[in-house]
Design a protein. Structure first.
Length: 360
């Protein structure tokens, strides 16, 4: 037996090959068992999530970190463990230096690849949790940001890989620095829009579906991109606006309005009696308070107009929807028209009285 194990093949004896094979096979078997367990756990977790979506009250609570750990095991830990076992098994045989060099290069590339997957999986999990809290708008908002983060991760990983492979990257970095300054000067508008996108993302002055007004543009936010934001105007056309213009403008976001303050005025004729003038504010108050979604504030005899006695009314609509406000205002106007006619109060309209003096 000892003679068999001492037989040399390609400079190594059979015992070394046997130890290497045992380490490799045993390690791969353990990794396969763990992989099977992880796959079954992922399947059960997917079924649990599906069940929780259908019947939320019967689903068991579990931390999102559990799903993240399963993903990391499946995508990063187990594949890297398998390649590490291959590298360890070959190292046991003590191969020649050129073979070790090739293995080292392959190992560095694989490590870099799996580190990138690790970072991307963690970042994706973090932003997915954010999107889940924000709903569909959050999911759409993080897509451009994820693209930028993935690009930065790949650039840094490439620099790390080249440095570990022995490539002198200081000169490359210096050249990129000089080139970057030139590119930055040439692309100031693009970079300004990019930074404005980060301002929009973190400060959240508006979201998808918000109705906004700025300058002479009125419309609904339809898409938020890295450079531009697209707005669907009331006329139906799509308006493309740079992000830097939006962040620098005075913008009114009507989607976030909790209630709407309404001020309107009307006038009655000068021949209206004092008793009727005193009764008008109370009459208007009753009309406004008869609406379910309103809160009356005030009604006053405001001023003497050129051809009318002017009143001002203020109330609040407890629903920010513009159509709801217009429906309520229409009912108030009709009720005032009927109520004033019933009390003999006439609305004023522009009139002029001319007095003629006769010269005898």
């Amino acid at each position: 037996m000892n003679e068999l194990l001492s037989i040399e093949l390609f400079g190594r004896n059979v015992l070394d090959y046997a130890v290497s094979a045992v380490v490799l096979i045993a390690g791969l078997l353990v990794a396969a068992i763990i992989g099977r367990v992880v796959s079954r756990s992922q399947k059960r977790e997917a079924e649990r999530i599906e069940a929780s979506a259908e019947v939320p009250e019967t689903a068991e609570g579990r931390s999102p970190r559990y799903s993240l750990v399963l993903r990391l095991l499946q995508r990063v830990v187990l594949p890297s463990a398998r390649w590490s076992l291959v590298y360890l098994a070959v190292r046991i045989l003590e191969p020649a230096e050129p073979v070790l060099l090739v293995l080292r290069v392959i190992l560095i590339i694989l490590v870099t690849w799996y580190v990138i997957r690790l970072i991307n999986t963690g970042v994706d999990a973090a932003f997915s949790a954010y999107a889940a809290r924000r709903g569909e708008s959050g999911t759409n908002r993080i897509k451009p940001l994820m693209a930028v983060i993935n690009l930065l991760v790949w650039v840094i990983a490439l620099a790390f890989l080249l440095d570990n492979l022995g490539v002198e990257i200081s000169a490359i970095v210096a050249g990129l620095g000089i080139g970057g300054i030139a590119i930055a000067l040439a692309a100031q508008a693009v970079l300004g829009d990019l930074f404005s996108y980060f301002v929009i993302f973190f400060d959240r002055p508006f979201e998808l579906g918000d109705f906004v007004i700025f300058d002479d543009i009125l419309g609904t936010i339809e898409h938020i991109g890295i450079k531009t934001t697209r707005i669907r105007s009331l006329g139906g056309e799509q308006i493309v606006v740079s992000n830097s213009l939006l962040t620098g403008a005075k913008l009114r976001n009507y989607k976030r309005m909790a209630e709407r303050r309404v001020v309107f005025s009307f006038g009655v004729t000068y021949d209206t009696g004092a008793d009727k003038l005193r009764a008008i504010p109370e009459l208007v108050r009753r009309i406004v308070e008869s609406e379910e979604q309103t809160r009356f504030d005030r009604a006053h005899f405001k001023a003497y107009g050129s051809s009318s006695l002017d009143f001002e009314v203020v109330y609040y609509v407890l629903n920010p929807d513009y159509a709801v406000y217009m429906d309520i205002q229409q009912r108030i106007n009709l009720a005032m028209y009927e109520g004033f006619a019933e009390h003999g109060i006439r609305f004023a309209y522009p009139t002029r009285t001319v007095y003629l003096e006769r010269d005898d």
